[in-house]
Design a protein around this ligand. Structure first.
Ligand SMILES: [Zn+2]
Length: 475
C-alpha cells in the first residue's frame, strides 16, 4: 500500500480556496429551492467544464442534476470514486450575513441547511483530485454528482433509479454541522405524498347544504392523523402542510390538498404508516362525501453507513488542517448563540460546558469513534445511494455549537467565512479520502466487502417503482 502525501493534497485543495468561496457565495446569494436550482447547477457545471471535466447536465431527466467526471488516463477509468453534493435552499429562510434575524428579501428562500457549502466543498475536492491525478498519472475516475432537491428527497432517489450510481465504487458525502464527526449514523426512511380531495362547491352562506367541502376533508384527515400519532412507533415522524385550502371563505371549497411526510426507521415501517394514513384519508373522504386522490411523490430508505469508509474519513478529520477562527468570527458566533432559545443554550452548556457559550463557541476536535450508529430523526436521500454503492458521510463544524438546522441562524453563518473555513476543512478530507481510494486497492476492497455484507439480499427496487405505489411524478 502506498501512502498519499497529505500535505500535497491539502495544498492542492487550498489553491482552490477562492473558487470555493466564489461558488459558495454565489449560491448563497442566489438561493433556489429544490428542482429550481437552475442557476446554481449551471454555475457549478461551468466551473467543472472549464476545468476539463466531462459534464452532463440534466441527467436522470432532472433539469438541475449534473454528473461530471474526470479520468486521467484514457481507457483506465476504474475505480470510480464519487462525491455527492446538493445545492437546494429552503423556502422562507432568506437572511443577511448578520447575527440577528434580517431577511435579504422577505419571504424568499435561503441556505438554511448550508447546501451552498456542500456544493463548493465537493467542487474544491474534485478539482484538486483532478490536478493530483493528472500530475501522477494515477488511473481512475473522480466524479461529481450534483443532486437536486435533497430537502424533498427527490434528486438522489431518481438518480439511483436511473442507474447513475451503478458503476461507482464508493461515494463520499459531507454535510456542514455544528460538530466534526465521521461517526456511523443512520437516518429515518421517508415517504412524501399529496392527498387531494375533490368536493362540490356551493354558496357558503346561501346554500352550504348543497356543498361538500374538500377543506373539511383535509381538516378531518389531519385530525385523524394527529390521533394516529399515539399508535405508531415513537421513532416515527408525521408532518403536514395544507397546500391548498380553497380560494374564498364565501365558496365551499371544491378542491383542497395536503402534503404529508412520513418518517420511520425502516422502509417497511414507513410503508405501514403510510398505508394507515391512506385509510385515515379515505375515512375523511367518506365523512365529507368527497373524492380522494392519493399521489405518491417520493421516498427513500434508511442509511447503510460504510464503516470502513467512515474510519478513513475519521483518520483524515484528525490529520487534516482544521479551521482557526479570528476574533471577529468568535464574536459573530457568540452573538448568534445569544439568539438561540434558553433551552438550546442550556443544552449546549450541559453537553460542552459554559466555555462553549463564552469563549469557545465552536466545536473543538473530532468526535471520538463509536461502534453504535447514531440515529437522527430526519431523513436524507443519500440513504438511497447507500443502498446501491458503498457510502459514508461526515460533518465538519461550519456553525457555532448549537446552531439549529433549517434556521435563519444557519442561513446567516453559511454565508460567512465561518462556513467557508469548515468547507475548506471538509474539502481537504474529501480529497484525501478520494486519493486514498484511488491509490490503496486494499482499502477499496475492504470497503466493497463491507458493502456486500451489509446490503439486503433482495435485488434493489426503487421506492418509486414499488408495486405498492401507483406512481410518482418523478418516476
Ligand atoms: Zn441539508
Amino acid at each position: 500500500m502506498m501512502d498519499i502525501d497529505l500535505e500535497l493534497v491539502q495544498s492542492t485543495v487550498d489553491q482552490y480556496a477562492d473558487v470555493m468561496n466564489r461558488v459558495s457565495d454565489h449560491l448563497w446569494e442566489h438561493p433556489e429551492v429544490g428542482m429550481e436550482e437552475a442557476k446554481s447547477a449551471e454555475h457549478v457545471a461551468s466551473v467543472l467544464e472549464d476545468a476539463g471535466f466531462d459534464v452532463h447536465r440534466g441527467v436522470a431527466g432532472l433539469p438541475t442534476a449534473i454528473m461530471a467526471s474526470y479520468t486521467s488516463r484514457a481507457g483506465e477509468g476504474s475505480p470510480v470514486i464519487g462525491v455527492a453534493v446538493e445545492y437546494d435552499a429552503l423556502a422562507g429562510l432568506s437572511q443577511e450575513r448578520v447575527p440577528f434575524r434580517k431577511p435579504r428579501t422577505k419571504g424568499a428562500p435561503g441556505h438554511g441547511c448550508g447546501h451552498n457549502l456542500i456544493a463548493s466543498a465537493g467542487l474544491g475536492a474534485v478539482l484538486a483530485c483532478k490536478d493530483l491525478m493528472q500530475a501522477s498519472g494515477l488511473p481512475g475516475t473522480v466524479r461529481y454528482y450534483g443532486c437536486p432537491a435533497e430537502e424533498s428527497k427527490i434528486g438522489k432517489v431518481v438518480m439511483v433509479r436511473q442507474g447513475l450510481f451503478d458503476d461507482v465504487d464508493a461515494i463520499l458525502s459531507w454535510h456542514p454541522g455544528d460538530d466534526t464527526s465521521a461517526q456511523p449514523l443512520n437516518y429515518n426512511a421517508f415517504d412524501s405524498a399529496r392527498f387531494t380531495f375533490e368536493g362540490t362547491s356551493a354558496h357558503a352562506a346561501g346554500s352550504p347544504h348543497e356543498g361538500h367541502s374538500a377543506l373539511d376533508a383535509v381538516e378531518l384527515m389531519n385530525v385523524g392523523a394527529n390521533y394516529l400519532r399515539e399508535h405508531i412507533m415513537p421513532e416515527a415522524r408525521l408532518h403536514y402542510i395544507t397546500e391548498h385550502g380553497g380560494d374564498d371563505p364565501n365558496v365551499v371549497p371544491h378542491e383542497a390538498s395536503v402534503l404529508y411526510y412520513v418518517r420511520a426507521p425502516l422502509r417497511s415501517d414507513v410503508t405501514y404508516i403510510h398505508d394507515y394514513l391512506r385509510d385515515v384519508a379515505q375515512g375523511a373522504a367518506m365523512m365529507t362525501r368527497t373524492n380522494l386522490l392519493h399521489q405518491y411523490l417520493t421516498g427513500c430508505r434508511d442509511f447503510l453507513f460504510n464503516r470502513v469508509l467512515g474510519r478513513r474519513l475519521h483518520k483524515y478529520l484528525c490529520e487534516a488542517q482544521p479551521p482557526d477562527y479570528t476574533e471577529s468570527e468568535m464574536e459573530f458566533a457568540s452573538e448568534l448563540q445569544a439568539s438561540f432559545s434558553q433551552r438550546r443554550r442550556n443544552e449546549i452548556v450541559s453537553r460542552y460546558g459554559q466555555r462553549a457559550l463564552v469563549d469557545q463557541c465552536f466545536y473543538d476536535g473530532v468526535e471520538p469513534p463509536r461502534e453504535e450508529a447514531s440515529r437522527g430523526s430526519g431523513s436524507a436521500d443519500i440513504s438511497e445511494v447507500s443502498q446501491v454503492a458503498p457510502t459514508a458521510q461526515f460533518s465538519t463544524a461550519c456553525a457555532p455549537l448549537g446552531t439549529p438546522g433549517h434556521s435563519w441562524q444557519n442561513a446567516a453563518v453559511s454565508g460567512t467565512s465561518i462556513g467557508h473555513k469548515g468547507t475548506f476543512y471538509a474539502a481537504r478530507v474529501i480529497a484525501a479520502t478520494v486519493m486514498d481510494l484511488l491509490t490503496d486497492r486494499e482499502l477499496l476492497k475492504q470497503v466493497k466487502e463491507e458493502f456486500a455484507r451489509s446490503r439486503p439480499d433482495e435485488a434493489y427496487v426503487s421506492p418509486l417503482d414499488a408495486e405498492h405505489w401507483s406512481g410518482s411524478p418523478y418516476a
